[in-house]
Design a protein around this ligand. Structure first.
Ligand SMILES: [Zn+2]
Ligand SMILES: [Zn+2]
Length: 175
């Protein structure tokens, strides 16, 4: 069942949002520098690394991210710096926000450029599967136009359900 459709602010799919170098674990030394303000700084890279380390594309809330960063030391990052890093990573299409979970997930294919994702979210294990949401987004935009309605951004569809792994586990239990 599809239960959440959100309209992301400023989410123009056509906007040029992929001008940074692909992230590398060793930081961005040696790459040619993107424009100031668009760089994947070490602080932004750390937030991205935490999300990429989450198992099976699981989404993490801002507090979970903060806790994991604090566990890496030294010192505890300020919550604002984590939110700012997340804002940057979302603008660049490297991270997506899941409205229904109030959580964030690393994009599994960050090199495709700006895209319109949709998400399948397992209600049991919270695994998140990202899919191409362009066809659905297209339909929703057309429907909105037909009603003479101007959405604030592009629609993001989040679908709740059970992943294959959890369905198999449930049917094992029933036998
Ligand atoms: Zn994505
Ligand atoms: Zn599951």
């Amino acid at each position: 069942m599809c239960d959440v459709i959100t309209f992301g602010k400023g989410g123009d799919v056509t906007q040029d949002a992929h001008q940074i170098d692909p992230p590398s674990p060793g930081g961005d030394k040696g790459h040619k520098s993107p424009p100031p303000g668009r760089r994947l700084t070490p602080a932004r890279q750390r937030v991205l690394d935490v999300l990429r380390a989450a198992p099976q594309g699981h989404a993490l809330g801002a507090y979970d991210i903060l806790e994991r960063l604090a566990g890496q030391g030294p010192g505890r990052p300020a919550p604002m710096s984590v939110y700012r890093a997340l804002d940057f990573l979302m603008t660049e299409g490297l991270v997506h926000r899941l409205a229904s979970l109030n959580a964030f997930v690393a994009c599994p294919h960050p090199d495709t450029g700006p895209h319109a994702p949709q998400f399948l979210i397992c209600r049991s294990c919270r695994a998140v599967i990202e899919q191409d949401g362009a066809p659905v987004t297209h339909l929703l935009s057309a429907a909105a136009r037909a009603s003479d309605f101007l959405p604030d951004g592009r629609a993001v569809v989040e679908v709740d359900g059970l992943c294959a792994h959890c369905r198999a586990r449930e049917s094992d239990r029933e036998q």
